[in-house]
Design a binder for this molecule. Structure first.
Ligand code: FAD
Length: 620
């Protein structure tokens, strides 16, 4: 983490420019070290017990989290960690947003499900910071920052998740500044739990007469318990006087200790945030940073898989190396000698490390998101906009792939709960679904971020990558460490990134389905290129460190050399997939779209009264 921050991205210089003179590498390391101690001591030990116990829905509509969760959350709040990257005027510590992102990596790797509770509060905090009135901020934001109250984001309804234009929850003006909210929200993370005194729901709903679709959605703040005029709880909170009720919780494949709730709003009292009908815009102001958080989930699962897999590969013995015994005194060689096992491990390591670099790079860009100047915020959104769908979708898909590889090196033990690897895979699976599915991220990248933008940001980013590749490729470090070919490949792929997008757009002029059929392959193509760009920078930094200090400590030398090895593996064994993805993204959509609807057996053969979702489906 320090290597990426200090030697690859020059975070110290960046923080200095922002006016954080005290954020030296040592101080940042101290902060991250304190988060790491908390994560190791308080949160990581609850990872598998929380999964085994799960959340419990009680007869009074309350939800109990697993043993130890509440205590860890209270300690977290007392430590002031929720407010690390929140302005001091609302009780935070005023640190840059990027430090909040790194904090979330540390606790998310230790226990993703637990980290979702403070993570969701962070989403609510950021939304209120930018859009709430001063009164709302004083009453709700300050309590979220201390962690006394937690937050949720209530978007999804039974009929819609991706297509929020279908939101049907209603809000009626009470005439006294408040509104009555009625509707059902589903799959709400942290919608009900026993860790905080109150829960602040940020809810999408529709005012009477609002335009149809996404243009008619407004944003409301709806607390579980209504505070008194002083903004405090009355002390008489009970199951009978809740303003919002949890109707049930979901039984899920993974992230079992994160409560996923069905929330019933029935004339629940709430307050409008910002302007009417501007809800989706407001909710999505922080979409890029929220997606950074979910992209981080991919890295967290990859890192955890690596930490689980490595000791096993060093310890488990099976057969002999193809080139002869490597552990002659043992009955068999350790499995780390086998090329296939090494390839699995290196794949996890290479994706984790470039994923981390991608996210930190973006997080430093995101530091402008809380700037008071709207122009700075807008520029920040634009810069981040191109990267976030790729990071979110590519890294979460890789989180699943790598958690599967982490299981694989365990052999049968990987499938057995006692070893802890299968839980990572179950927990990782949700990450490509929520916060916008992979397919929807891909449409966002190709449709909004490239076609609507007329390729401007893409062109800028490609140019920057080519320039950096040129600088690195022509340096003495590149000569000393064999980086020229890699620099050339980054420059070549960056050019192809632009030309491939142009070919897709040109094709779309005659067949609009091309955008949809190309988008996921194009996004993955973009991911592999971004990974290569980060690896080139990391290899260059490692090479430069080795050149600068030929007498360095052997442990440091081995660290930098391992960076160069891992980078070479990425270029040699992982990056070639980019070319297949490029070719797939410029194919015509015919083989996908030409199948007549009658050809899909289930759709046409199920009886219409089967109760299946296909019932009533009619071929065009
Ligand atoms: C554990 C969990 C926690 C969650 N937490 C929250 C939360 O805290 N708050 C909240 O509001 N929601 C939450 N969600 C909901 C989640 O964000 C949605 O499930 C997700 O956005 C997908 O929506 P959907 O389920 O309605 O799927 P749909 O929108 O019905 O999509 C079904 C499939 O169709 C594809 N699809 C849909 N439209 C298109 C299109 N135009 N082009 C191409 N493909 C398309 C999708 O990619 C997907 O594969 C959570 C869900 C889960 C399971």
């Amino acid at each position: 983490m320090n290597f990426v921050l200090n030697e690859v991205l020059d975070a110290p210089g960046h923080y200095k420019k922002l006016g954080y003179d005290d954020l030296t590498p040592d101080f940042v390391d101290e902060i991250n070290g304190a988060v790491a101690s908390f994560a190791e001591e308080k949160v990581a030990p609850l990872y598998s017990s929380g999964d085994a116990e799960g959340c419990k829905y009680n007869s009074d509509s309350s939800v109990s989290t697993p043993k130890g969760y509440k205590e860890a959350y209270q300690e977290w709040s007392m430590g002031g960690w929720s407010g690390l990257a929140v302005p001091e005027e609302y009780g935070g510590q005023g640190m840059p947003l990027s430090l909040g992102v790194i904090k979330s990596e540390i606790i998310g790797t230790a226990n993703w499900s637990w980290s979702m509770y403070p993570g969701l509060s962070m989403g609510a905090i950021n939304t209120l910071l930018l859009h709430a009135s001063e009164e709302q901020k004083q009453t709700y934001l300050t309590k979220l920052v201390t962690g006394e109250w937690s937050g949720t984001m209530c978007l999804t309804e039974p009929a819609c998740g991706t297509d929020l234009g279908q939101v049907s929850t209603r809000a009626v003006d009470n005439g006294d500044g408040s509104f009555s909210i009625t509707g059902t929200k589903v799959y709400i993370s942290g919608g009900e739990h026993d860790m905080a005194d109150n829960i602040v729901h940020i809810v999408l709903a529709r005012l009477p007469g609002a335009p149809e679709g996404t243009k008619g959605i407004s944003l409301f703040l709806v607390p579980k318990h209504l505070p008194n005029e002083e903004g405090e709880l009355t002390g008489e909170e009970s199951a009978d006087n809740r303003n919002v009720t949890c109707v049930g919780i979901e039984d899920k494949m993974g992230i079992k200790s994160s409560s996923t709730c069905v929330m019933g709003f029935e004339n629940s009292k709430g307050w409008l945030i910002g302007e009417p009908n501007d809800g989706l815009n407001q909710m999505f102001t922080f979409m890029n940073t929220a997606r950074l958080g979910t992209a981080m989930q991919g890295v967290c699962h990859m890192e955890r898989s690596y930490q689980g897999a490595l000791p096993w590969c060093m310890d488990r013995a099976s057969m002999r190396a193809l080139s002869g015994k490597k552990y002659p005194d043992d009955v068999a060689d350790k499995i780390i000698v086998h090329p296939d096992v090494r390839k699995n491990l290196l794949t996890i390591k290479a994706f984790t490390e470039c994923g981390r670099a991608m996210i930190y790079d973006a997080a430093l860009k995101a530091d402008g998101m809380l700037n008071e100047d709207e122009a700075v915020r807008e520029k920040c959104e634009e810069e981040l906009g191109l990267h976030t769908p790729t990071m979110k979708a590519w890294l979460t898909e890789l989180g699943i792939e790598c958690s599967s590889l982490g299981m694989q090196v365990y052999g049968g033990a990987g499938f057995i709960k006692d070893y802890g690897m299968e839980q990572i895979m179950r927990d990782a699976r949700i990450s490509t679904l929520y916060e916008g599915t992979t397919g929807v991220q891909a449409l966002d990248l190709l449709g909004r971020k490239i076609i609507l933008d007329k390729g401007k940001e893409l062109g800028k980013q490609a140019k920057l990558q080519i320039q950096e590749a040129f600088e690195i490729g022509t340096s003495s470090t590149a000569g000393n460490h064999n980086l020229r070919g890699h620099a050339l490949e980054v420059a070549k792929l960056s050019t192809q990134w632009v030309t491939t997008s142009m070919r897709v757009v040109a094709g779309a002029a005659s067949d609009r389905e091309i955008v949809g059929s190309a988008s996921t392959d194009f996004l993955m193509f973009s991911g592999y290129i971004s990974g290569a760009y980060q690896w080139l920078k990391m290899m260059n930094a490692a090479g430069a460190a080795l050149d600068a200090n030929p007498d360095m400590d052997p442990a440091d030398r081995s660290f930098y050399e391992a960076k160069l090895h891992t980078g070479r593996f990425y270029f040699d064994r992982l990056l070639p997939k980019a070319y297949a993805l490029r070719d797939m993204s410029i194919k015509k959509p015919d083989s996908i779209m030409k199948m007549p609807i009658e050809g899909w057996d289930l759709a046409t053969t199920l009886p219409s009264n089967s109760g299946n979702a296909y019932a009533g489906y009619k071929a065009e």
